[in-house]
Design a protein around this ligand. Structure first.
Ligand code: RP5
Length: 162
C-alpha cells in the first residue's frame, strides 16, 4: 500500500499539519499521521520510520518547531524523499526551526518548505508531485488543480478590476 507518512514533533503541531493531511485527502492520497519526537522519543521515531517504510511509505513529511531535528533524523533513517515543515514558535517564531531543518550536510537532503501553514500545504503538494512521477491519475489531478488556480486568479481580478 503506497502512502505518505506525516510525522509531527508534538501534538501542538497538529493544528497546522491538519492542513497537510486535508490537502492529501482532497486528492485522495493515502496518508498516516503520527506524533513522534526526535528528542523526546528517539526510539519510537526510529521504529516508526523503519515500519512505515516496510508498510509502503513513499515520502515522509516531518513537521517540527524550535530545535527542529525531526526531518534530519528521519532523513538519516531512510532514502525515501523527506520534506521538512518548520513550525512557528520559539523565540524566533519559526526562523530557528527553518534553519535547523534546511541546514542539512551534503548528501543528506531534506526538502524544506515555508514556515507554518503555507509550508504544511506545500509539503502535501510536493509529496504528491513526487508520487505523480509514476502515477498518471494523480498527475492529471494536479494539472487540473493548476488550471483551477489560474481561473480563480482571473475570477478574483474580475471582481475588483477598475
Ligand atoms: C518541537 O517543539 C515540536 O515539533 C513543537 O513544534 C515544539 C514545541 O513542542 P511542545 O512543547 O508544544 O510539545 O519538538
Amino acid at each position: 500500500m503506497k502512502f505518505v507518512s506525516i510525522l509531527m514533533g508534538s501534538k501542538s503541531d497538529y493544528s497546522v499539519m491538519e492542513e497537510c493531511a486535508k490537502t492529501l485527502e482532497k486528492f485522495g492520497v493515502l496518508h498516516e499521521l503520527v506524533v513522534s519526537s526526535a528528542h523526546r522519543s528517539p526510539e519510537r521515531t526510529h521504529q516508526y520510520v523503519k515500519n512505515a517504510e516496510a508498510k509502503g511509505a513513499k515520502v515522509f513529511i516531518c513537521a517540527a518547531g524550535m530545535a527542529a531535528h525531526l526531518a534530519g533524523v528521519v532523513a538519516s533513517l531512510t532514502t525515501k524523499p523527506v520534506i521538512g515543515v518548520p513550525m512557528k514558535g520559539g523565540v524566533m517564531e519559526g526562523l530557528d526551526a527553518l534553519l535547523s531543518t534546511v541546514q542539512m550536510p551534503g548528501g543528506m537532503p531534506v526538502a524544506t518548505v515555508a514556515i507554518g501553514s503555507a509550508g504544511a500545504v506545500n509539503s502535501a503538494y510536493l509529496a504528491m508531485q513526487i508520487l505523480a512521477i509514476d502515477d498518471e491519475e494523480l498527475a492529471a489531478k494536479l494539472k487540473e488543480d493548476r488550471i483551477l488556480k489560474a481561473k480563480k486568479v482571473e475570477t478574483d481580478s474580475m471582481g475588483i478590476e477598475s
